[in-house]
Write a protein that binds this ligand. Structure first.
Ligand SMILES: [Zn+2]
Length: 358
């Protein structure tokens, strides 16, 4: 029986350069590795004949080696590395000159990079950046961050890859953050009551400024989220009115997980809306999910609430899933003067955020 490629050590190579005409166990080993990689060999087991040579050449072309049909050191090493499949051994950082190599390392790098953990160039060599990416991934998934990528780590990668699916890098990062979160607990949520300072915003019928009303709503959302174990961050104090760029900078600098901006009757069309970032067919999928969850929670209070894709500065300049809410509803002008109503709106927004985190 030829040894299986995974079992054979990478350090022991064929005794000499193998070429057409050679025979013996080293030839048998090379053939077994080629067959395992999907290169057919005719009835010449143990003997290096024409079909072994064309298999070697095809393999060399595929791996970017010069296709001379000979199995020297380099081709032998490539054969060993190509036979490594993810899961067949534990991968970790070894000292310089002894670093682990193989297609399993490359596959690990590919998967980490695809999830936004920077393991550097996908070169199939387990070096320092791969070690860093493995540890960061382990920390984020609640595994011991020891840098040893074994079954637990491979399983976690597999699970996340299936649940998260394909997407742009930024989207993957957002979905990953959400997937790794256990509910809203521990999440930093940036709450932005719009306007403030000299900018009072829209004046509702009883003559109360928008800047004040949205502050009260955001404050209520903040209290409800804090009660659920999240870390709410308000963009301003009740009297202040930083400009919008500054608010986005704060959200980004504080690495908020979500950003929510509150308006009231700012739009030309009447009716409550929750907007997520969208422009020319591109959109934030997670922003949309957040918008839908918040709109759903607001409907009992506000009636039909539209979810819209918009390219608003607050949505474009924040780096986390973000929404802009407009709380205007037909006939709620009177209610806006009442504290319990404002609190209920704020709590509904918090409920939507909790639903988003499942
Ligand atoms: Zn406004």
């Amino acid at each position: 029986m030829p040894a299986t490629p995974q079992r054979s050590g990478g350090a022991i190579g064929p005794p000499q350069r193998l070429q057409q005409g050679d025979e013996g166990s080293a030839v048998l080993d090379v053939q077994a590795r080629l067959i395992a990689l999907g290169y057919p060999i005719g009835g010449e087991r143990g003997a290096f004949g024409p079909s072994t040579e064309s298999a070697v050449k095809a393999f060399q072309v595929r791996r970017g080696l010069s296709p001379d049909g000979l199995v020297g050191d380099h081709t032998w090493r490539e054969l060993v590395e190509a036979g490594r499949t993810l899961g067949s051994r534990t991968l970790y950082l070894r000292g310089p000159g002894r670093m682990m190599r193989g297609d399993d390392v490359r596959e690990l790098q590919r998967r980490l990079n695809a999830l936004g953990f920077d393991s550097g160039k996908e070169d199939g060599i387990f070096g320092f950046s791969t070690d860093g990416a493995v540890r960061e991934f382990q920390r984020n998934t609640g595994l011991a961050a020891d840098g040893y990528a074994g079954h637990d780590t491979f399983d976690a990668l597999d699970r996340l890859r299936r649940r998260i699916g394909p997407g742009s890098k930024a989207e993957l990062r957002e979905r990953l953050a959400r997937e790794l979160a256990v509910g809203v607990g521990g999440r930093a949520v940036f709450l932005d009551p719009a306007h403030g300072g000299h900018d009072v915003g829209h004046l509702t019928d009883p003559g109360i400024p928008e800047a004040y009303l949205v502050y009260r709503v955001a404050e209520s959302t903040s209290e409800a989220l804090a009660g659920a174990g999240a870390t709410p961050l308000l963009s301003r104090a009740v009297q202040q009115g930083p400009d919008e760029d500054r608010r986005c900078e704060i959200a980004n600098a504080r690495s908020a997980d979500l950003a929510v901006s509150f308006h009231l009757a700012c739009r030309a069309d009447p009716g409550p809306t929750v907007a997520f970032w969208s422009v020319e067919g591109r959109q934030s999928a997670t922003g949309r999910e957040l918008a839908e969850a918040i709109a759903e929670a607001l409907r009992p209070r506000l009636g039909p609430t539209q979810v819209l894709g918009r390219n608003l500065p607050f949505l474009r300049q924040t780096r986390m899933p973000a929404v802009v809410i407009d709380l205007a509803a037909a006939g709620n002008d009177e209610l806006l003067g009442e504290d319990p109503y404002l609190e209920a709106l704020g709590q509904a927004v918090a409920t939507g955020i909790e639903t988003y985190y499942g």
